[in-house]
Design a protein around this ligand. Structure first.
Ligand SMILES: Cc1cc2nc3c(=O)[nH]c(=O)nc-3n(C[C@H](O)[C@H](O)[C@H](O)COP(=O)(O)OP(=O)(O)OC[C@H]3O[C@@H](n4cnc5c(N)ncnc54)[C@H](O)[C@@H]3O)c2cc1C
Length: 388
């Protein structure tokens, strides 16, 4: 039962705001603490797949997302040199399933407006440096030394969570020997497809944003040298262009437009063993960071948000609600993370005969049995957390 329950959510990212809204809509009295001075997001795109959209629709945001996003039509996998299509997945074959490309800042804006309208208090400039969890109260220490008490604490504080280590042993991440660049370039392209160009040891994903006036780029390269984990390390666009210099001409033209890019290392993190302890729980990247190869990190955070609020609403006991939440989420999240890790290997086949065989099989599958190829993703995209 959530009516009147005082809940503190740490982190105003996609997971934290969606959780705050889901809890407030069920009657909880929610405060969000966020370290940033303003609610904003990095200038980058996001793919919201039907399973994530189902949650946003459940939160009453279906129309706002449809207006701000661009509905994706296809995923096209292409070979790197000539750009020959290898595989195509039709995203519009089922009118009931909607796949959107959104600017991150637009999604955060929509969530923040709805959250405030639902009565949630958002406190900015609250950088939490310490978390101490007891059975019935959690203490959060700010960088200024103030202490906040929380009756119920939800840690939605992302990859470098302070709440996760307060309930789990340290689990060092493993460098995947892959780095990624992100960039957004101006575009005048009416295409509504996600394109993946796959080369040996590298791939590059791009898709349109904001009515096709921008194109979001994520480019991944296998390499032995270390790069820091984190979204805000600038790199010289010349390095990105050089890494993809032997890719198809349209890729090179797109990369010529990159004025600013950021580089970061891709690390594999184990799923947290414990998602809750006493009066606290974790969700989204704080509980289960994933590699970006299936575009599901934010979608999983949205599903978590709904299931957490739903589970807490089913019982008077916070502990039972949290246990129910973890049991409803753990297997699905682990399956998604494993599938994302496998995708990196499939995109980067380096041995030419193996790449030829794999690409031929994909070409045949998408030509002869496109429905069958699409159904491979039913388990992921047709899952509706709000229907359970
Ligand atoms: C290149 C790339 C592309 C991606 N593309 C997609 C995609 O297309 N689709 C998709 O679903 N996912 C995608 N993801 C993953 C997705 O971005 C993340 O999984 C998602 O943003 C996680 O949301 P979150 O709310 O759990 O954490 P975050 O978004 O990291 O939010 C955490 C919030 O907590 C705040 N915070 C952190 N620590 C503190 C503290 N100590 N005190 C106070 N506040 C704090 C932060 O400021 C932040 O606002 C991508 C990821 C990458 C790297």
């Amino acid at each position: 039962m959530l009516i009147g329950k005082k809940v503190c959510v740490l982190g105003a990212g996609i997971g934290g705001l969606a959780t705050a809204l889901a809890l407030a809509l069920r009657g909880a009295d929610v405060t969000v603490l966020e370290q940033a001075e303003a609610l904003s997001e990095v200038g980058a795109g996001l793919q919201i797949s039907p399973n994530g959209f189902a949650v946003l629709r459940g939160l009453g945001l279906g129309d706002a997302i449809t207006a701000a996003g661009l509905r994706g039509s296809r995923v096209v996998l292409r070979d790197y040199r000539q750009g020959k299509p290898v595989f195509q997945l039709d995203l519009m074959q089922d009118a009931g399933l909607s796949y959107f490309f959104l600017h991150r800042a637009d999604l955060i804006g929509i969530l923040a407006d709805a959250t405030r309208a639902a009565g949630v208090k958002i406190r900015l400039l609250h950088h939490i440096t310490g978390v101490d969890i007891e059975p019935d109260v959690a203490y959060l220490t700010t960088a200024q030394g103030a202490i906040h008490e929380a009756e119920v604490l939800i840690g939605a504080d992302g990859l470098h969570s302070k709440v996760r280590p307060a309930m789990n042993p340290a689990a060092p991440p493993v460098f995947t020997r892959q780095v990624a660049w992100r960039a957004v370039v101006p575009a005048a392209d009416p295409s509504t497809a996600v394109t993946v160009h796959m080369g040996p040891g590298r791939h590059i994903v791009s898709y349109p944003l904001r009515g096709g006036t921008l194109r979001n780029i994520v480019a991944v390269q296998e390499r032995r040298t270390w790069a820091d984990e984190g979204w805000n390390h600038r790199d010289d666009p010349a390095n990105l262009r050089e890494a993809f210099a032997d890719f198809a001409p349209d890729v090179r033209v797109m990369l010529d437009d990159v004025q600013e890019t950021h580089l970061w290392g891709l690390f594999r993190h184990p799923v947290a063993q414990r998602w809750h302890q006493g009066c606290a729980a974790i969700l989204g990247d704080a509980a289960h960071p994933t590699l970006p190869f299936l575009a599901q990190g934010a979608n999983m955070a949205l599903e978590d948000a709904w299931v957490l609020a739903d589970s807490l609403a089913m019982t008077d006991s916070t502990t039972q609600g949290f246990a129910l939440y973890q049991s409803r989420r753990h297997a699905r999240v682990t399956k998604v993370i494993d599938a994302a890790s496998r995708n990196a290997r499939n995109y980067h086949l380096a041995f030419p005969p193996l790449r030829f065989a794999a690409h031929s099989a994909l070409r045949i599958a998408s030509t002869l049995a496109p429905q069958l190829a699409a159904r491979k993703f039913d388990w992921l995209y047709r899952f509706d957390a709000t229907a359970a």
